[in-house]
Design a protein. Structure first.
Length: 355
């Protein structure tokens, strides 16, 4: 595939499904656009890149993704402004992170030109699927999986890269109550916690179900060794405000380098809000909750942008957080979404037009 003159062929669907979609009441990630981008890596190169109608993918039972979990993904969004212009938010960061994840699982990296051209062509093809309603967006899911065959425990000899899209409403509504986890760990030192590998999320489901059965919506993960430090909130990075200082855990082998996380840190620093990127002890959180200096906690991620935490549980005790009229959570969510929807200036160069 000659990336310097790359043109993605488009096979249009015979009949669009868009007329049957209620864009005023969109669930998250359950409605899919008419088309998808697909390409295959074999014989040492990506080939046969094309846009095709969205539909099932045929795999043999011996495809290695089923047996050894070689699969990584990304999460992105496209937005429409009031003039109907479509935008992406920091897409090159998603492309870089996809390759970081892929490398860790011995999956071939996707060249930037192929990723961006495939994405742009897909979005142009399904442009009408990007919602115009406030708060809605087109969720974009790029993913790679081992489609090569074999029961031998080794990397596959073939991989498939797909980008599929889903018009979606808001991911979360309202605040969430979380439980600080002390038994299970999301990731371990030297592992794949920093990668967006499918198995990371599969391993979260059981502990999260246990927390839900106790009346919580999510889990706050702690370090795998001592469970003394908070690290992530569900599938999101976590922020804590003590006094007026914004704290978040440093990225590591165990913690995802979130694009929304990086954006919040850059916004905070540009506005002179005190920030600290450091380990946060559970005991520090408990102390701040007891003396009234714990102002707020929130998760950050592509799907929800910012998800405020109303309370947390630890060793059978519940700690409520105060209701704030000047919360960092609402402030940063507005700042980021204003940039995403082209409602404000973008001094950081994060907004990317769909051409």
């Amino acid at each position: 595939m000659d990336l310097s003159t790359l043109q993605i062929p488009v096979e249009k669907t015979n009949e669009s499904r868009i007329s049957g979609v209620d864009f005023e009441n969109l669930p998250f990630g359950k409605v899919y656009t008419d088309h998808m981008f697909i390409t295959t890596h074999r014989d040492g190169r990506w080939q046969d890149a094309r846009i095709v109608p969205y539909g099932p993918v045929s795999l043999e039972p011996a495809a290695k993704v089923f047996h050894y979990g070689q699969t990584v993904f990304e999460g992105m969004k496209a937005y429409k402004d009031t003039q109907g212009k479509a935008w992406l938010f920091r897409p090159e960061d998603n492309q870089k992170r996809l390759n970081i994840s892929a490398s860790r699982l011995v999956i071939p990296e996707v060249p930037k030109e192929l990723f961006m051209e495939g994405l742009n062509t897909l979005l142009k093809t399904d442009l009408e699927w990007i919602p115009k309603q406030a708060g809605s967006s087109l969720y974009i899911r790029p993913f790679i999986f081992a489609s090569g065959l074999g029961f031998h425990a080794s990397p596959a000899d073939e991989y498939t890269f797909i980008i599929a899209c889903s018009p979606s409403g808001s991911y979360f509504s309202g605040k969430v109550s979380v439980r600080i986890e002390e038994t299970y760990a999301r990731a371990a030192n030297g592992g794949v916690g920093f990668a967006k590998a499918g198995g990371n999320y599969a391993g979260q489901f059981y502990p999260t179900q246990l927390a839900v059965s106790e009346g919580f919506q999510q889990v706050v993960w702690t370090d795998d060794n001592t469970h003394e430090y908070i690290e992530e909130a569900g599938a999101m990075n976590i922020f804590v405000r003590i006094g007026d200082t914004l704290l978040t855990s440093p990225t590591s082998d165990r913690i995802l380098d979130g694009i929304t996380r990086k954006s919040i840190l850059q916004l905070a620093q540009s506005e002179g809000i005190p920030t600290e990127v450091r380990k946060i002890k559970v005991t520090e959180l408990l102390g701040a909750a007891s003396d009234g200096t714990l102002r707020e906690m929130f998760g950050s991620g592509t799907a929800a942008v910012v998800s405020p935490i109303s309370s947390f549980g630890y060793r059978g005790k519940k700690y409520d957080l105060p209701e704030l009229s000047d919360s960092y959570a609402s402030h940063f969510k507005k700042r980021i979404t204003d940039i995403q929807y082209n409602r404000s200036e973008d001094p950081f160069g994060w907004r990317y037009p769909v051409n």
